[in-house]
Design a protein around this ligand. Sequence first.
Ligand code: AMP
Ligand code: GLY
Length: 420
Amino acid sequence: MNILILGSGGREHALAWAVKQNPKCDRLIVAPGNAGIASIAECADIDILDGGVVSGFASDNAIDFVIVGPEAPLAAGVADQLRDAGFTVFGPSAAAARLEASKAFTKAICDAANAPTAAYARFTESAPAKAYIKDQGAPIVVKADGLAAGKGVIVAMTEAEALDAIDDMFGGEFGSAGAEVVIEEFMEGEEASYFILVDGETVIPIGTAQDHKRVGDGDTGPNTGGMGAYSPAPVLSEEIAAKALNEIVIPTMKVMKDQGTPYQGVLYAGLMIKDGQPRLVEYNCRFGDPECQVLMMRLGAQALDLMLACAQGRLSEIKANWADDHALTVVLAADGYPGTYKKGTEIRGLDALPETSSEYTFHAGTIAKDGAILANGGRVLNVTARGATLQEARDRAYAMVDRIDWPEGFCRKDIGWRAL
Ligand code: AMP
Ligand code: GLY
């Protein structure tokens, strides 16, 4: 079959890498892709936020299956337009993608499903929001309702920080995403990510992972898109994962179906775990990046069968077969990230790195120029390895990192520390 993947990050490189290993895949196109993806698939520079453009491209190239990587095309209704044009698509409708695109929407779904999550209130005006913060006290969490590229959440340790966040949000710092604000109880605990496929009816868990959001070792410094990940996440024990499924995922998916917006695609549940009890922090309607990289390394070729079954409503017929192993990915980022950073610096040594089913370097922000690989973003490479133990996966990944010659880049040295 001919397969089109939308996106250009390390997540999409990992999806392409797994899909490519499945003999069902005849032709693979990634739009727009990046320099690493170009070594395993065709890349096409089209506007993936324009459903008309994407479905025209899919028709011209006799595409049988479309996998949508990032949230922006989902929120823009690209999956709906493709399905209307008759394509088989992995990814939720815009109506269902509101689980990520609107925090207030998700809170209302949790209420209807009686799913454990932080207590909250919604505001469209500054004065009552501030009064609520003064009444509740700090720590407290202030969130822009809409999509804000991962920057719309302020975990305020003091009341003053929370009040400033209100000024920023209603002052337009987050554009229309901040027109409504959700204020939440601060939840303590350990965070983990749970990935579940949902075909509207059946839900099947496909793995657990833990991200490292802070830029610095020991979880210090500002938040990033994620500096590394590993799978499985031991904090999500079988028992806690079952609770998350039965108390949060299944009831919320039932509410989505009952209200006429069934969810189809991968559901990424961000969970906070304390004293054996999971609570929902947030839903995302896509794979995490870099969590996808470790999940794909563990799933391999069957990832395509799972995504296809999901898109075709056949999840009840299929099972995820897990190798009893561990995967870990280290993100290499440009100096300065998540603040300002330089583009165009050269990365050397990539050609000499192993490329096996257990060791692979996924590209996030790279471009190829005159035979060289140049950094072209904040997060640039995801050095990923598998092992019988987490320690082995980590040793392998860092051994590869050591062989990369990129003076203008950096990484965290402690990925996996919580589990080790
Ligand atoms: P989000 O953009 O929703 O992923 O939130 C970013 C991060 O903020 C999460 O990964 C958590 O670390 C933190 N966070 C969000 N909501 C809460 C909460 N209610 N309590 C504590 N931390 C939170
Ligand atoms: N790594 C966090 C995310 O993809 O949202």
